[in-house]
Design a protein around this ligand. Structure first.
Ligand SMILES: *Cc1c(COP(=O)(O)O)cnc(C)c1O
Length: 523
C-alpha cells in the first residue's frame, strides 16, 4: 500500500516478483507518479495574494457556509505541473494506435483545428443577432447539405450533441409521427442482439418497450425472425449498419420494406458510417432516421478532446417531425427557423433537443474534413478503413478465434473471441497485457453475441508499419494468454496504476476525497 512522504510524493512498493526497483519518489524515469491534488495542496495555503477582506455581515443567513470546503491551495506552477503530469498518464490518439472497436478513434487532422479556431467561428455567441453570424450559419448549412447528400436522405437535424443524443432525436421523431397518425398503440421497438447498448436504452427512455431480434450464426440480423414479429404493435426497428460485429447487413433494404409494409419506421444507427461513406447511401436502403457521429466518421475529437456531435438525417416521411431550430437559406440570407418562425410547415416538430443550435466547433471541423477529402477522398476513407480492419483480421485469425472470419471480409472492425485461451485466462488479461505494450486496449466484452469479444477498429489513418507493430504486440500477448503465462494475470506491470477493482469503483464510487483514506480514494 502507498504511503505519503513529507513532500507529498508517494513511493510505490514493488510487489513480490516484480523486477522494477523502487525509487525514492515513486517516479519511473520520466514517467512521473502523481498524488491527488488534495495531497499536494493544502487548504492553509493559496496560490494568489488577496487583500484582507474587510469584516462584513453575511446576508446568506442559514445558507452561509459554516466550515471551510477544503479546496487545495496551490501555486500556478504546482497546478500546471499537477495537470500536466496527469495528462501524461492518458493515452491519446496523438500518442499511438487506439484500436477501440465501434469508437472510430482516428487522427484529427490539424487543418480542422485551424479552421475551428478562426475567430469568426470560435468566438461567436449563440444569442448573437442572426445577421452578425451569417458565415457561421453558412457553415452549418453547407455541412447539412453534405450530410444529406452523402446519406441520400431528405433533411438533417444538426443540433443533437452525441450519437446517443441523436438516437433519442430520431426515436422522438418516430414517436411524434406515430402520434400524429393516431398510432399510440405502436409501443414496441425491435433491436438486434448485437446492438450498441445505447439503442435499447434510447428506445426505453423514449417510452417504448424493447424486444430483441436474434442474430444468425453469421452475426447478422435474422430477417425471418424479424418479419415474423412485425405487426400493429411495432413502432419500428433500430439497426446498426455496418453492425457491431463489423459486418454489413445486406438485408437492410428487405428489412426496411417489411417494416414499412407493417406500418413501422426504420432507425439506423449510423455510428459506423465511416465504413461505408461515399459507397452506400442509407437513404437508398429505406432508412427513416439515422444519426451520424461527427466525432467518428468525420474525425472531430472525442470526449475529453472536445464535445461530440450527432446530427440526425431524416427521410421525407419523418422530416415534418424533426426538431427545431434549424438553419434555412431564404434568398441570400441564412435564417434560423425557431418556434416563433416555424409556421405550419414545421408544426409537427417534436420540440428541441438543445437550447441552441449544436456544436459550432465540431461543425467547422467536420465541414473542413469533408471539403478537404472531396468525394473521392471520402470514398477512400471507407475503403481504407475496411482494408485495414481486414489486414488485422487475416493477420490474427490463426492466433485468436475469429468467429465470423468465414463469413467473408469484415467491414471497418475485426472481432475475436476468447475461445482457445488457457484455463483461467480471459479477454481481460489480453487487454491488460496490451497496456504494457503501450496500446489502449481494443473494445472488450462487446458485442455480447460473441463470448469474451475483442473488437478491433484500426481506422484508415494508420499506416501498414503501425498496424504491423500492433499486430506483433497483439500476437505476443495473445500467445501468452494461450500459454497461460502467470505474469499476464497481473498485467499491467508498467502502467501508473495496476488492475483496479472496477466493480467496486462502479458500484461504490468514492467521489469526494474528504475523510477517505488516501489510497482508497486513489485506487
Ligand atoms: C459510438 C456509438 C454510439 C453512441 O455514440 P455517442 O456519441 O458515444 O453517444 C451508438 N451506436 C454505436 C454503434 C456506436 O459505435
Amino acid at each position: 500500500m502507498s504511503t505519503i512522504n513529507q513532500s507529498g510524493w508517494r513511493p510505490t512498493t514493488p510487489e513480490k516478483g516484480e523486477s522494477a526497483g523502487e525509487t525514492f519518489t515513486g517516479n519511473r524515469a520520466l514517467m512521473l507518479d502523481e498524488a491527488l491534488i488534495f495531497e499536494i495542496g493544502s487548504n492553509e495555503t493559496t496560490g494568489v495574494d488577496f487583500a484582507e477582506v474587510p469584516a462584513a455581515t453575511s446576508r446568506l443567513g442559514k445558507l452561509a457556509r459554516t466550515a471551510p470546503i477544503n479546496l487545495p491551495g496551490l501555486s500556478e506552477p504546482e497546478t500546471v505541473r499537477h495537470y500536466t503530469r496527469l495528462s501524461r498518464q492518458n493515452y491519446a490518439i496523438d500518442l499511438g494506435l487506439f484500436p477501440l472497436g465501434s469508437c472510430t478513434m482516428k487522427h484529427n487532422p490539424r487543418l480542422n483545428e485551424r479552421m475551428a479556431r478562426l475567430p469568426g467561428f470560435a468566438d461567436v455567441h449563440p444569442l448573437q443577432p442572426v445577421d452578425t453570424v451569417q458565415g457561421a450559419f453558412e457553415v452549418i448549412h453547407q455541412l447539412a447539405h453534405w450530410l444529406v447528400t452523402l446519406t441520400g436522405m431528405h433533411s438533417v437535424a444538426m443540433s443533437p450533441k452525441a450519437g446517443a443524443h441523436g438516437e433519442l432525436c430520431g426515436i422522438l421523431a418516430i414517436r411524434a409521427a406515430l402520434d400524429a397518425k393516431g398510432q399510440q398503440a405502436r409501443k414496441v421497438i425491435l433491436v438486434p442482439e448485437s446492438a450498441h447498448g445505447t439503442n435499447p436504452a434510447t428506445a426505453a427512455f423514449a417510452g417504448f418497450t424493447v424486444e430483441d431480434i436474434p442474430a444468425t450464426a453469421e452475426g447478422r440480423v435474422n430477417l425471418d425472425a424479424l418479419k415474423a414479429r412485425l405487426g400493429p404493435d411495432i413502432a419500428g426497428v433500430m439497426i446498426t449498419n455496418p453492425n457491431t460485429c463489423g459486418l454489413f447487413e445486406p438485408d437492410l433494404k428487405a428489412i426496411s420494406d417489411a417494416v414499412h409494409a407493417a406500418g413501422g419506421y426504420v432507425y439506423c444507427d449510423g455510428a459506423n458510417f465511416n465504413a461505408i461513406v461515399g459507397r452506400v447511401r442509407p437513404g437508398d436502403l429505406g432508412v427513416d432516421a439515422m444519426h451520424i457521429n461527427l466525432h467518428k466518421t468525420f474525425s472531430t475529437p472525442h470526449g475529453g478532446g472536445g464535445p461530440g456531435s450527432g446530427p440526425v438525417v431524416f427521410s421525407e416521411a419523418l422530416t415534418p417531425y424533426a426538431p427545431l431550430p434549424f438553419v434555412e437559406k431564404q434568398g441570400d440570407q441564412f435564417v434560423l427557423v425557431e418556434e416563433e418562425t416555424a409556421g405550419e410547415h414545421h408544426a409537427g416538430s417534436f420540440g428541441r433537443m438543445v437550447a441552441f443550435h449544436g456544436q459550432m466547433g465540431m461543425f467547422t471541423r467536420a465541414l473542413t474534413y469533408i471539403l478537404s477529402h472531396g468525394a473521392d477522398g471520402l470514398r477512400q476513407v471507407a475503403e481504407d478503413s475496411v482494408l485495414n480492419a481486414n489486414y488485422v483480421l487475416r493477420a490474427m485469425e490463426d492466433v485468436l478465434d475469429a468467429p465470423f472470419a468465414k463469413s467473408g471480409p469484415c467491414m471497418h472492425e475485426a472481432i475475436f473471441s476468447d475461445k482457445g485461451l488457457a484455463e483461467g485466462f480471459s479477454t481481460l488479461d489480453i487487454a491488460k497485457g496490451l497496456i504494457d505494450e503501450g496500446y489502449h486496449p481494443m473494445t472488450v466484452y462487446f458485442p455480447l453475441v460473441v463470448h469474451g469479444a475483442m473488437l478491433v477498429e484500426p481506422t484508415e489513418t494508420e499506416s501498414k508499419a503501425t498496424l504491423d507493430q500492433f499486430i506483433g504486440a497483439f500476437c505476443s500477448v495473445a500467445a501468452r494468454a494461450k500459454n497461460g503465462e502467470p505474469a499476464l494475470k497481473s498485467a499491467p506491470h508498467f502502467a501508473p496504476r495496476r488492475r483496479l477493482d472496477e466493480t467496486l469503483a462502479a458500484r461504490k464510487p468514492i467521489l469526494a476525497y474528504k475523510d477517505t483514506p488516501k489510497a482508497q480514494a486513489a485506487e
